[in-house]
Design a protein around this ligand. Structure first.
Ligand SMILES: C[S@@+](CC[C@H](N)C(=O)[O-])C[C@H]1O[C@@H](n2cnc3c(N)ncnc32)[C@H](O)[C@@H]1O
Length: 271
């Protein structure tokens, strides 16, 4: 891919997705787009670029481009200390009245493992502590491809390895096909979990509820400071007063214009 073509993709991706593409990422971008170049029968990235940003290709191809350039790595119980903080510190406080009533948002949900981990941890807290529970989980992401997987709630046994056995027994089910080697999140949990497409770069988010628990992990690393600041302000406006924000362990919100108090490593409370 020549430098001019890289600049066209870079400009589009940085402006519309917020994902930074320094020159060192050119090789990565080239490799990721190569599949689409081949699939559409083009002989170069330059031809693909003309197609994507031409009047004919844009509507057809733009989602594929987004799916190709996003990094969707995730897993069940990723950065697991956060789930301990939730069930040992935050939920006991929220459920002091004997009832846990909470809206949860997984901001960059990818294929859904984070949202379903939150569901299992919430169910388990209610079961063990015998509290009444009412919760709803929203998972959002810009990539349609990952949201399609999240919606099915079906994972390979390998992906499900990180789910503790006791949780697997209670909250997952085996495929009816003995050869399938997949597990599926139980329907009661899937019914409380919904996935929607949302671009964090949009000025307004189509969200009406206020969220008491927000997981926004491992997506700020792709944004520059200015976009981090803007996204944080929007997330803040969709949080309930006193709500908790969880960031990835390598991310921080130092210098945020909105008032958050740090309560644990990469965990903040909306003041
Ligand atoms: C590395 S995954 C993080 C998944 C999960 N939160 C975790 O920590 O395991 C980052 C996700 O952010 C999404 N993403 C990137 N830019 C985005 C944007 N502008 N709006 C919404 N989601 C975005 C990607 O599609 C990807 O699925």
């Amino acid at each position: 891919m020549n430098d001019a073509t890289f600049s066209v993709f870079k400009e589009f991706i940085e402006t519309n997705l917020g994902i930074r593409l320094p020159p060192a990422k050119k090789v990565m971008l080239e490799a990721r787009l190569a599949k689409r170049v081949r699939a559409l029968g083009f002989s170069s990235h330059e031809e693909y670029c003309d197609y994507v940003f031409g009047s004919e290709g844009f509507d057809r191809e733009i989602q594929q481009l987004i799916d190709s350039v996003t990094t969707n790595e995730t897993s069940f119980f990723r950065e697991s200390a956060h789930f301990g903080i939730l069930s040992e510190r935050i939920y006991p406080e929220l459920a002091a009245s004997g009832k846990l009533d909470v809206n949860i948002w997984s901001v960059a949900a990818s294929t859904g493992q984070e949202a379903y981990t939150l569901a299992m941890v919430t169910e388990e807290f209610a079961r063990v502590n015998r509290v009444q529970v009412s919760y709803r989980i929203l998972g959002t992401d810009i990539s349609e491809k990952v949201l399609r997987v999240a919606q099915t709630g079906i994972y390979t046994e390998h992906q499900a390895e990180r789910i503790p056995l006791a949780f697997k027994r209670l909250y997952c089910q085996r495929s009816r096909d003995p050869h399938a080697k997949t597990v599926r999140i139980r329907p009661e949990i899937r019914a409380r979990t919904m996935f929607r497409q949302l671009n964090l770069m949009d000025e307004r988010y189509p969200i009406t509820r206020k969220y008491g628990i927000v997981f926004c992990r491992n997506v700020f690393i792709y944004f520059d400071r200015e976009n981090q600041r803007k996204v944080l302000e929007r997330i803040y406006s969709h949080m309930a007063p006193g709500g908790y924000l969880f960031m990835g362990h390598s991310e921080n919100i130092a210098g945020a214009a909105v008032p958050f108090k740090s309560v644990a490593s990469a965990v903040y409370r909306r003041e």
